[in-house]
Design a protein around this ligand. Structure first.
Ligand code: BES
Ligand code: ZN
Length: 540
């Protein structure tokens, strides 16, 4: 079967058509099998072009397309980061030829296929285009979270009661299915099993719902557990992993594909987070969504449908984390933060969370170099994502996508996964605990007054400052008062963003912030005196 039927090559900022020439004979070739659209990176595509059978088909179709109107293509959100340097190709293939395609890429590049599925040509073009203007505006208006770490009192006890053995049991339960392929009965059964498992964990909590997300194109459903936020429910935080497994491109009903690491380990990590949050009776202020995606292994299909559906509703998703392969420690560092198709600010936050809550862990960075997991589906919709990974890309688990991706081949333990589960729980609680950002009126002021003795300090705040706004703190009074102001954490006489320490009680400091943040104020009596502190917000 000739997989390639039609091809469009896209580079950053411009549309390139292949230099191929059409021949009438080739142009008349038609296919009887089902055609689907995929996009893939240049490296993978270059390899495919070396296959003579594939080449003939694609040349004909490029010429056919060149005669039509050229779409105005722009660099896409899905091409962000270093991966953007690769040219991306949108290709129509016979679905039956996907096996050849995966095999060719696997053999020549020694990595997995890395293609994205698109429901149609238009759909493929759209996802390679820059985000639409209304969507960009919606995102600008959306809340950027404050990445202040201030929930130690809640997080620390939860971390200590999380157990590797629970994660290990869930990995065993999931990998006991013959496979979890997106069209197989095992894939369906695993989805039903997980829905029951998560529902049981949430029993007795009316604020938690567990649902299956139906995908019209195939049988396996995604599973979504939602903790509804108490007073900031419209802001969503998404924690994801993929439910499906695969063992080679010809995976069928009875192919053994345990997928213990890829990605029962991610789903099991989410399951332990849910268990711990419920055990601690945690009620988030933002809405938390735990997602086990169907059909990741066949082009991120489940997560694309879900991310698009939320983007179409203009959902205010403030952060997304993907756990795909967490239990095989293949390299020296514990957690590798992948840089491509992810958000640098959120990655920095994760790094801070690890340093705060798991200080013994070693952090690395790496990249896939292509849209390797479901975080890319959210990145394509403009949302902030992260993908913390079990190893460097080169030293990942060699057993994945085969019958040997078993719990035994991850050492019959889940200690590595536990690190990821703990980090992601800290992420869920720190982001989940934030209330709505305040938009104070321009003239909003708050006043505080009191007395200070020599060297006495007094703290005020946190004052919530919305992205783009300015906060001014000023004092009047008697004696000599010094003023210290800090964003994102408590101010001290040695740690501040602004200090005002003249030799009277009249001091003034202004701070502004591009993201939502929390501002802390400290007053110190340089000599005994009285103060009146005025805090004024000015929105953007
Ligand atoms: N878990 C893998 C991705 C992965 C593998 C990341 C090895 C890092 C190292 C994922 O399930 C997968 O196989 N993804 C596909 C891409 C997808 C778009 C079909 C892949 O890598 O080919
Ligand atoms: Zn995976």
């Amino acid at each position: 079967m000739h997989p390639l039927k039609t091809l469009i090559a896209i580079t950053l900022g411009s549309l390139l058509l292949s230099n191929a020439q059409a021949t009438p004979a080739a142009a008349s070739v038609s296919s009887s099998s089902q055609r689907i659209w995929i996009s893939l990176g240049d490296a993978a595509y270059q390899q495919l072009q070396k296959l003579p059978r594939l080449k003939a088909r694609s040349e004909a179709s490029v010429a056919a397309l060149a005669s039509g109107p050229a779409p105005a293509l722009m660099p896409g959100a899905s091409l962000e980061g270093a991966a953007a340097l690769e040219q991306v190709h949108l290709v129509e293939v016979d679905e039956a030829g996907l096996a050849d395609l995966s095999e060719a890429v696997h053999q020549s590049l020694r990595r997995c296929g890395g293609y994205l599925f698109h429901a149609s040509k238009e759909d493929g073009l759209r996802s390679l285009q820059r985000l639409s203007r209304p969507r960009q505006q919606a995102l600008l208006a959306a809340s950027k979270p404050s990445y202040v770490i201030d929930q130690q009192a809640l997080v620390t006890p939860m971390l200590s009661q999380m157990q590797a053995s629970n994660i290990g049991q869930t990995i065993l339960d999931l990998s006991a299915h013959t496979n979890r392929y997106y069209t197989s009965s095992g894939g369906v059964a695993a989805s039903n099993w997980l829905k029951t498992r998560w529902s049981n964990l949430a029993a007795g909590r009316s604020d938690i719902t567990v649902e299956q997300f139906n995908h019209p194109g195939w049988a396996q459903k995604s599973v979504i557990a939602t903790f509804k936020g108490t007073d900031n429910a419209s802001e969503l935080v998404v924690l994801g992993a993929h439910l499906d497994s695969i063992a080679g491109a010809n995976t069928g009903e009875s192919t053994r594909a345990p997928g213990a690491d890829d990605d029962a380990s991610g789903v099991a990590s989410l399951t332990e987070i849910i268990r711990s949050l419920v055990a601690s009776n945690f009620k988030p202020r933002r809405t938390l969504k735990f997602m086990a995606y169907a059909a990741e292994e066949v082009g991120l299909r489940g997560s694309q449908e879900i991310a698009k559906s939320l983007a179409n509703q203009n959902a205010n998703v403030v952060g997304v984390i993907q756990l795909d392969m967490t239990n095989y420690k293949g390299a020296a560092n514990d957690i590798y933060l992948f840089s491509d198709y992810t958000d640098a600010g959120q990655n920095q936050f994760l790094s801070q969370l690890i340093q705060t809550y798991l200080p013994t862990l070693k952090i690395g960075t790496d990249r896939c170099g292509y849209a390797c997991s479901d975080h890319a589906s959210w990145n394509a919709q403009g949302y902030a994502t992260s993908m913390p990974f079990e190893s460097s890309f080169a030293a990942d688990n060699p057993y994945i996508h085969s019958a040997n991706d078993t719990y035994a081949n991850s050492g019959n333990q889940a200690d590595h996964s536990l690190k990821f589960a703990r980090m992601a729980l800290a992420y869920a609680v720190e982001l989940g605990a934030d209330g709505p950002a305040v938009t104070p009126p321009a003239d909003k002021t708050e006043n505080f007054s009191g007395n200070l003795t020599l060297n006495q300090t007094r703290s005020f705040g946190p004052f919530k400052l919305k992205a783009g706004g300015t906060l001014k703190a000023s004092t009047t009074g008697t004696g000599d008062i010094d003023l210290f102001v800090k964003k994102g954490g408590a101010a001290s006489t040695s740690s501040y963003d602004c200090k005002s320490d003249g030799n009277t009680a009249s001091e003034s400091c202004s701070v502004n912030s591009a993201t939502n943040t929390e501002v802390y104020v400290l007053l110190k009596g340089y000599s005994a005196g009285s103060y009146r502190l005025t805090v004024t917000y000015t929105p953007q």
